[in-house]
Design a protein around this ligand. Structure first.
Ligand code: TYD
Length: 231
């Protein structure tokens, strides 16, 4: 059994990382590589149900630890049902957000003790760590403006994998998008800090560049760091 590659995309709101994850998947598939494109929170039917609860903008204030446990629960199912089987078949798994998002949203910029999150990550992720993480970096003000624009256009999100049920995005910012600028600035700092601390795993790309330029940088990272090693 060949192990595939596990690539994650991380970044703040409106960074364009979902577009880039999709473009990378398409480019790899055009080379006849087996790719699974997925996302978090969600990615498996059970985790997609938890996603609806977690991101519900109408949800009453609740304990940050309770929320972190829901992210962990969704991730445990996603890993078991989708990510590990795909990697086991030698597929390239591309995931739009993964455990760095928990470290940063719930830990660094949130209210959960980072050591608790580390313990949860050990239990849930085990050794299924990303081989490559693309951090799409963008100033918080610009990312938020882009996210606001996206909300003003009614769209239905295309599910990243055929296994994921279609969920309308609606016109409401989710609970994280609705947080203040200071929170979003802190998110950016956090993702950059992770990339600084784990340079073997992480590559920062400049989300302010055009989508084509960013896609080019992503492709360079993937080909130099992963595909050349594989061939
Ligand atoms: P989504 O609509 O997928 O946003 P984005 O396009 O920014 O990825 O919503 C996911 C939200 O959940 C996003 O605001 C980040 C947040 N999140 C966490 O707080 N912790 C996590 O572990 C994950 C995976 C996401």
């Amino acid at each position: 059994m060949t192990a595939g590659w596990f690539i994650t995309f991380e970044g703040g709101e409106g960074s364009g990382k979902s577009t880039q994850a999709k473009r990378l998947a398409e480019r790899l598939m055009a080379q006849s590589r087996a790719v699974t494109l997925t996302r978090e929170p969600g990615g498996s039917p059970f985790a997609e149900r938890l996603r609806l609860l977690i991101l519900d903008p109408g949800l009453e204030k609740h304990a940050p630890l309770a929320e972190a446990l829901l992210f962990a629960s969704a991730r445990a199912d996603h890993l078991e049902q989708v990510i590990r089987p795909a990697l086991g078949e030698g597929r390239i798994v591309i995931c739009d957000r993964f455990s760095d998002s928990t470290r940063i949203y719930q830990g660094f910029a949130g209210h959960v003790e980072p050591r608790l999150l580390e313990a949860l990550e050990l239990i849930v992720v085990q050794n299924t760590k990303p081989d490559l993480t693309i951090v799409v970096d963008i100033p918080a003000e610009i990312g938020l403006a882009r996210a606001a624009l996206r909300l003003s256009v009614p769209t239905a999100v295309t599910p990243p994998s055929e296994k994921v049920p279609k969920q309308p995005r609606g016109l409401l910012a989710d609970r994280f998008e609705a947080r203040d600028l200071g929170f979003h600035k802190r998110l950016r700092e956090g993702f950059l800090e992770i990339a600084r601390l784990e340079p073997q795993r992480c590559v920062i790309v400049d989300g302010q560049k055009s989508a084509d330029e960013v896609a080019h940088e992503v492709w360079t990272a993937v080909t130099t760091r992963l595909l050349t090693e594989a061939s």
